[in-house]
Design a protein around this ligand. Structure first.
Ligand SMILES: [Zn+2]
Ligand SMILES: [Zn+2]
Length: 82
C-alpha cells in the first residue's frame, strides 16, 4: 500500500490523498507536478528513477487506510537543481 505522503519533498506544497498533482517514483519519493516538470525534469533526485501520477485513494477508504503523516521535505533540493 502506498504511504501517500502529505507534501512535496521539493517545495513542501500540500499533496492530499485526492490531489491530482502528486507524482511518485518507485520508492514513493513524492513531489508535485510542477517540481517534477520544472525543477526535477522527470528524474527523481533521490534514486534517479522516473515518476508516475500517484493514484487517488477514494475518500471512503481513508478511514481504514490512513495516509502517512510523515512529511518529507528537502529544502536543499531546490538549490541543488538550480
Ligand atoms: Zn513541489
Ligand atoms: Zn526516488
Amino acid at each position: 500500500m502506498l504511504e501517500l505522503r502529505p507534501g512535496c519533498e521539493c517545495c513542501d506544497r500540500d499533496l492530499p490523498p485526492d490531489s491530482a498533482e502528486a507524482r511518485i517514483c518507485t520508492f514513493e519519493c513524492t513531489f508535485c507536478a510542477d517540481c517534477v516538470k520544472n525543477v526535477l525534469h522527470d528524474t527523481c533526485p533521490n534514486c534517479g528513477g522516473n515518476f508516475a501520477a500517484r493514484p487517488i485513494r477514494p475518500a471512503g477508504k481513508l478511514g481504514k487506510f490512513t495516509p502517512s503523516q510523515k512529511r518529507v521535505f528537502n529544502p536543499d533540493l531546490l538549490k541543488s537543481t538550480q
